[in-house]
Design a protein around this ligand. Structure first.
Ligand code: IDE
Length: 448
C-alpha cells in the first residue's frame, strides 16, 4: 500500500451553499432571491422541488457544525444568502440575517473549524434582477456594498472569502435558460460575465482598503476539456469552450485582458470594458478556488449553439459515468492544477468542490455504504497529491458536499453528500464515505 501524505497544514473541508441547504426561504426578514422565484415558477425544477425547506440548515446549523466536528472536518465552505442581509438587494440591512451568519462563524470557531465564506453562490436578490440583475452595471456597486457589510461583521472570524462561486454558471443562466434567472439572451450574457468580473474586483478592493484579516479569492468552474480529435475544427471548438468556461474569468483576473479569440468570435456581444474596469478586475487575489468534477470531449458542431461546439462526458478506463451522467477522469484534475501552475502564476489554490452523486442505497437504518463515492474521492485526492508533488500550491480540499442537498434544476434526486439527509425527517446519517474521510483527515493522507 502506498501512502500519499499531504502537507502539514492542509485544510480538509466540506462544502455547501445557502440556497441548497438553508431553507427558511422567507423567514426572519429574508427577501426573495432569483432562485426562490425560479423554483416557484412552474416546470423549471424537476418534480416541482424547491429550496423552501431544503436541509433546514437555517434552524439545524448548530447540530450540523457539531457533526462536522465529530467527523474531524477542518474547514467549512458555505455561502451567504445576499437576501438575508439585503432583502431588497440594497438599502436597509436585515439584522436577523446578519445574526444567523454571526452565529454560524461563532459555532465554527468553537469547533475549531475554519470558515470559508462565499458571497455569491447564484442567489441574486430578485429586487436587483427586476432592475436588470447582473446585466445592469449598478449591480456591481450593490455587490460591493453587500461585501463591505459582510467583511465588517464577520471579517474577524472568516479565514477565506470568495466573491463568486462559478460566475460562468450565472452567465449560463442568461444563455441556456436552465439556471436562474432562466433567460436565453446571448446579447446580455457576456455583459453579465463582465459585470460579474467587475463586481469581483470591486469587492476585492473593498477588502484591501478595509485591511481585514483573512484572504480573498474567487471560485471558478474549471472542468477539463479535451478535443474529440486533432482536427483543426475540434481543436478550435475546444479552445472556444475553454475561453468561455475558463479564460472569460481567469484571464481578466490574472492577465488583465479577455481572451482575444473569444472576443473576436463574439463580436458585438463581447464584453465591453469601460476605462479602468480591467485594472479593478485584476486587483490581486490571495487564492483561487477550483471546482473540478469531470472531463469533457469537445467537437466542432455547426448546430452547437453560440460556440458551435458540443461536449460529451469522458471517462478514464475502468470508470463509468456518475448519477449525473458525468465522466470520471481524475487525471483531468491534475491537468487543471498544472495549467494553473504553468500559465496563471502558480497561485495558492483550494479545491473548493469535488465529489460525486452516487446511487446511495440506504439500509433499513438509513446507512449508505457509498463505496463508489469513496473510490471517486480517493482517486481525485491521489490526482491532487500528484499535482502537489509537481509544485502546485494546493492548500486544501473541500468535498462537495457535506450533506445531500437541493441540486438546482434537478431537485433532490441527485445526492452528493458524505452525510445522507432523510428529507422526510431531516435526520442526518453519515455515509461510509464520511467515516472514510474522517480517517483521511486523521492520517492527513490517502493510500493507493
Ligand atoms: O452539481 C454539483 C455542484 C452544485 O451542487 C454546486 O452548487 C455548484 O457549485 C457545482 N458546480 C459544479 C460543476 N459545474 C457545473 C455547473 C453547472 C452544471 C454542471 C456542472 C458542480 N456543482
Amino acid at each position: 500500500m502506498i501512502v500519499k501524505a499531504f502537507p502539514q497544514d492542509f485544510v480538509w473541508g466540506v462544502s455547501t451553499s445557502a440556497y441548497q441547504v438553508e431553507g427558511a426561504w422567507n423567514e426572519d426578514g429574508k427577501g426573495e432571491s432569483i432562485w426562490d422565484r425560479f423554483c416557484h415558477t412552474p416546470y423549471r425544477i424537476a418534480n416541482g422541488d424547491t429550496g423552501d425547506i431544503a436541509c433546514d440548515h437555517y434552524h439545524r446549523m448548530p447540530e450540523d457544525v457539531a457533526l462536522m466536528k465529530e467527523l474531524g472536518v477542518k474547514g467549512y465552505r458555505f455561502s451567504i444568502a445576499w437576501t438575508r442581509i439585503f432583502p431588497d438587494g440594497k438599502g436597509k440591512v436585515n439584522p436577523k440575517g446578519l445574526d444567523f451568519y454571526d452565529r454560524l462563524v461563532d459555532e465554527l470557531g468553537k469547533a475549531g473549524i475554519l470558515a470559508n465564506a462565499t458571497l455569491n453562490h447564484w442567489d441574486l436578490p430578485q429586487a436587483l434582477q427586476d432592475l436588470g440583475g447582473w446585466a445592469n452595471r449598478d449591480t456591481t456597486d450593490r455587490f460591493a456594498e453587500y461585501a463591505r457589510v459582510m467583511f465588517d461583521r464577520l471579517g474577524d472570524r472568516v479565514a477565506l472569502w470568495a466573491t463568486h462561486n462559478e460566475p460562468v454558471v450565472v452567465t449560463s443562466g442568461y444563455l441556456g435558460g436552465s439556471m436562474a434567472p432562466g433567460l436565453a439572451d446571448a446579447s446580455v450574457a457576456y455583459r453579465v460575465a463582465h459585470h460579474l468580473n467587475l463586481a469581483h474586483g470591486k469587492a476585492v478592493q473593498v477588502f484591501r482598503q478595509g485591511g481585514y484579516p483573512g484572504k480573498i479569492g474567487i471560485v471558478l468552474d474549471l472542468q477539463n476539456y479535451i478535443p474529440e480529435s486533432d482536427s483543426e475544427a475540434d481543436v478550435l471548438a475546444t479552445q472556444r469552450m475553454l475561453d468561455h468556461s475558463h479564460h472569460l474569468f481567469l484571464d481578466p483576473i490574472f492577465k488583465r485582458q479577455y481572451p482575444q479569440g473569444l472576443m473576436e468570435w463574439l463580436g458585438t456581444i463581447a464584453p465591453q470594458p469601460q476605462e479602468g474596469d480591467m485594472e479593478i478586475i485584476s486587483t490581486p487575489i490571495d487564492f483561487l478556488g477550483l471546482n473540478y468534477y469531470f472531463t469533457l470531449k469537445v467537437r466542432y458542431e455547426p448546430w452547437g449553439g453560440l460556440l458551435k461546439a458540443a461536449a460529451r462526458p469522458f471517462s478514464a478506463p475502468m470508470w463509468s459515468q456518475t448519477e449525473m451522467g458525468w465522466g470520471v477522469h481524475p487525471e483531468g484534475l491534475t491537468a487543471i492544477l498544472l495549467k494553473l501552475r504553468n500559465h496563471y502564476g502558480n497561485p495558492d489554490i483550494y479545491i473548493t468542490e469535488n465529489g460525486t452523486a452516487a446511487p446511495d442505497q440506504p439500509d433499513e437504518h438509513g446507512f449508505v455504504q457509498d463505496r463508489e463515492r469513496i473510490a471517486y474521492l480517493r482517486r481525485h485526492l491521489i490526482a491532487a497529491h500528484d499535482a502537489i508533488q509537481q509544485g502546485v500550491n494546493l492548500r486544501g480540499y473541500f468535498v462537495w458536499s457535506f450533506m445531500d442537498n437541493f441540486e438546482w434544476a434537478l431537485g433532490y434526486r441527485p445526492r452528493f453528500g458524505i452525510v445522507r439527509v432523510d428529507y422526510a425527517t431531516q435526520k442526518r446519517i453519515p455515509k461510509l464515505s464520511a467515516y472514510w474521510y474522517r480517517e483521511v483527515i486523521r492520517q492527513n493522507a490517502v493510500w493507493e
